[in-house]
Design a protein around this ligand. Structure first.
Ligand code: HEC
Length: 149
């Protein structure tokens, strides 16, 4: 009987983890995308915009494409946190509302380049799952020039 105990404990742990995972799916996750108004959305040369759309818009706009794993807890919590915090820090969909002055826009562009130059953006965990978001030297040069650096 004593031989069976560890197995029973393991089985109990397994069932509890499974139940916790099932229960986790019922925690609501906000995957809403805010309004997209072309009049307020960032205007930039096509090539620059293409890079930003590819590497930044999922977290920094109201045009987030929510991947399948954003529907599965606990991954969904991480993805939603990144998007909510990302939009809070910078939202290209409300760019002209946020930065009506050219001076403020210039500052914001500078911050974007700063993050890219330091390799902090796009987030590494994002690039692992979105290969297309990896920035080439040419992509980075486009962002640098756009930022006026
Ligand atoms: C996977 C989501 C994600 C992607 C993709 C992403 N960001 Fe971010 N970004 C965040 C989060 C979360 C924050 C806020 C927390 C932080 O500063 O790390 C942030 C913060 C920022 C900030 C503000 C930094 C500060 O210190 O205030 C800038 C600027 C920025 N990102 C630019 C970019 C640019 C430019 C791209 C694309 C090249 C990009 N991000 C891609 C999630 C993302």
């Amino acid at each position: 009987m004593s031989e069976k105990r560890p197995r029973r404990v393991l089985r109990t742990i397994f069932v509890l983890v499974l139940l916790a995972l099932v229960a986790a799916q019922f925690v609501p996750v906000d995957r809403s995308n805010g309004k997209v108004d072309p009049a307020l959305t960032l205007k930039a040369p096509d090539d620059v915009l293409a890079v930003l759309r590819r590497a930044c818009f999922d977290c920094h706009s109201n045009e987030t494409v929510w991947p399948w794993y954003s529907y599965v807890a606990p991954a969904s919590w991480l993805v939603a946190d990144h998007v909510h915090e990302g939009r809070e820090a910078l939202n290209f969909s409300t760019w002209l509302d946020e930065y009506p002055d050219e001076v403020d826009q210039e500052d914001a562009r500078g911050e974007c380049w700063d993050e890219v130059k330091k390799g902090k953006m796009p987030m590494e965990s994002y690039v692992i799952l979105h290969g297309e978001a990896k920035l080439s030297d040419a992509d980075k040069a486009l962002i640098r020039d756009w930022a006026g650096n």
